[in-house]
Design a protein around this ligand. Sequence first.
Ligand code: ZN
Ligand code: ZN
Length: 371
Amino acid sequence: MQEYDESNYLEDTISPDCPSCGSQLSYSAEHKMIACNYCGYREEIDNSSDEVVEQSLHEAVERVQDFVPEDAGKKVFDCQNCGAKFMVESDKVNVSCGFCGSRNVNLEAYNHQYVKPIGIIPFYISRDEAAQRFKEWIRRGIFHPNKLKKLAAVEDLHGLYIPFWTYDAQTESKWSGEAGFYYYETKRVRVNGQMQTKQVQKVRWTYRKGHLSHFFDDILVIASGGLEQRQVERILPFRMEEIVNFDPRLLVGWEAEVYSLEVDDGYQHADRIMDQKIRNMCSAQLGGDTQRNLHVQSSKTDQTFKHIILPLWLCSYSYNNKTYRFTINGQTGKVHGQKPLSWIKITLAILAFAAFIFAIWYARESGMFSS
Ligand SMILES: [Zn+2]
Ligand SMILES: [Zn+2]
């Protein structure tokens, strides 16, 4: 066997053993427990969440400047199960032994990062359930090819723990704007040489101003390198009250990713999300049938954050030689993704609608509705 420099070993990996038979334990979404695949040993997961507390954003942003991460790169993984040694990327969370198949969690991956995860929502949707959700989802909708329901089979189902930031903030906003209220005036107009009365819509504008005080709780921002915010937005929300203390044993047997978006960059996203929500709330206070010149001035204080890990199924299927992607919320089972459209069905629907409009027009013209 090859010789390796001792200092270049991964320092901290876990691979929990079954106390009953010595095989490897992993987290089972099916049983929602840490389980042994061989002897049926099971262990409840610890549901405490006392460590999942908000941290000050300002302090973290200040301290992150001084943080010197450990060098990433290849390191030697020393398999405790079979004794094989081989090189792995030290910032990758999952290490599977190519020799014995044991699955390990590399805790050292988190040493390259300033903020460690404090909370996790374990997978509730197992692989079988994810495949089932896909089947139900692919049948939904009317403008898709009929064959889709029969042909489409899931090709790729990846259970992945994705890093997220959550942000809280207290916000105070002053707003002003004009609310417009519709009213109608009756006018006499000449149509084809005949006088007719017509209702004309007018707007009465009223200037208003006010104050909005709102506390934002757990604005969720994806911190993944490979997935974008919009890809996960449609499968939200997560039941955040079910979050538990981060336990690396829950990652055993699953893929996991460390964050790529820094805590302050993530906050910029959250800031925009909050501004949009504040604007909507101020707009609701302004009221009216229509609005103009809405100005909002906000200040945010007491910003806090948490770094948490949430479960997602990333999947794909093929149809007519094209690959379509979809995502499943690993906790709630909500599905969102791409589906091919049937242009024949859409064209037929448009034609049917056009025929319907024509029928109404024809009926009117021919005097069927006149008394
Ligand atoms: Zn066992
Ligand atoms: Zn091994």
